[in-house]
Design a protein around this ligand. Structure first.
Ligand code: SAM
Length: 317
């Protein structure tokens, strides 16, 4: 096996796999609320074997320890149980997902049985009106039911909330209190300069420090040491609850990033900041694949996320 490290000793051990670029929500930061970008129903989907073959190929040269299924919305992908089982047979035991939770209530148990270990659920508001303003969908209840279903069947659950100035900074405390009541770790995200927000985050940006200032109005807390390759900084409140902030802009974490991305067209990317897809297929000779993995490694930023014309929906969040 070839060892891929860059001059900063980074390697690829964690794969983010985007199963589809369709989504059933139209979050303003991802799509500007434009349904044409996300409409899910009639898009062709890859069979599970497409992903399994590509990852088996990658696994001949990398030692992937974990895979996070994402998108678009991964719960719209119709072959999830087969895919999860196939990935386990490649000796990748740590299989997780990032989802909006909208379709989770009826799928949680099946996915747990198939071998899914953990799910990060995106939830940007506890208020139905703010939820609608951000996602352009009603029915926050469905996400909450999905969270309960995931907890009940024993999936490890975390919440992710993107904070957008002027839209949902008033949701920080309600979200935090909800997470604390349910005993679920929550992470707040600084908005990232992607897609239509590239060069245009200034009106919407709410920083880690502003998030902490908001939380400090209700809680006292201390920082927790950061684990290597972690995306979030964490704090513990005096009551023992943990929360995190993914502060891509103000405390970047590129220096020990171990993530590789693969999209549903068969493109790999070494960094969210990079718009240049690197196409791989399962018939590539090993030397050609090695060159492509090296090229993806060279896409990594040294200091900080540089922004991208692609939205998270396109590259996989
Ligand atoms: N549909 C799934 C979901 O909602 O979790 C998975 C894909 S979504 C693109 C992954 C994550 O990216 C979500 O937590 C979403 O809030 C976040 N996201 C999308 N665009 C973002 C942006 N410009 N800045 C920060 N986070 C963003």
């Amino acid at each position: 096996m070839i060892t891929y490290t860059d001059p900063h000793y980074r390697t690829f051990t964690n794969l983010r796999l985007s199963l589809t670029d369709a989504c059933n929500l139209n979050c303003v930061y991802c799509t500007l609320g434009n349904e044409d970008e996300t409409m899910a129903d009639h898009r062709p989907q890859q069979p599970a074997s497409f992903f399994i073959d590509l990852i088996a190929k990658l696994q001949q040269q990398l030692k992937l320890e974990s895979i996070r299924l994402t998108g678009g919305e991964p719960l719209l992908y119709r072959h999830l149980p087969q895919l999860i089982q196939g990935l386990q047979q490649l000796n990748i035991q740590d299989i997780k997902m990032t989802s909006n939770g909208f379709l989770l209530e009826r799928q949680a148990q099946v996915l747990k049985l198939a071998g899914l270990a953990a799910i990060n659920i995106s939830l940007d508001a506890m208020d139905e009106g703010v939820f609608l303003e951000i996602t352009k969908r009603k029915n926050l209840k469905r996400v909450l039911a999905g969270i309960d279903a995931a907890l009940q069947c024993g999936l490890s659950v975390k919440l992710n909330a993107v904070i957008i100035k002027g839209i949902n900074e008033n949701q920080i405390l309600p979200l935090l209190n909800f997470a604390f009541e349910k005993n679920i770790p929550i992470r707040f995200l600084e908005i990232m300069a992607m897609g239509h927000l590239y060069h245009n985050t200034h009106n919407h940006f709410f920083s880690q420090q502003q998030i902490l200032n908001t939380i400090a109005t209700q809680y006292q807390f201390e920082p927790i040491a950061r684990k290597s390759s972690a995306t979030a900084n964490y704090w513990r409140t005096n009551e023992g609850h943990v929360f995190g902030i993914i502060a891509n802009e103000t405390t970047p974490f590129c220096h020990d990033c171990n993530r590789l991305r693969l999209d549903a067209k068969g493109n790999i990317y070494g960094c969210l900041s990079n718009n240049n897809p690197i196409f791989i297929d399962s018939n590539l000779p090993q030397y050609a694949l090695a060159q492509k993995i090296q090229a993806a490694m060279q896409q990594k930023q040294v200091h900080k996320f540089a922004g991208s014309e692609l939205s998270m929906l396109q590259i996989g969040g």
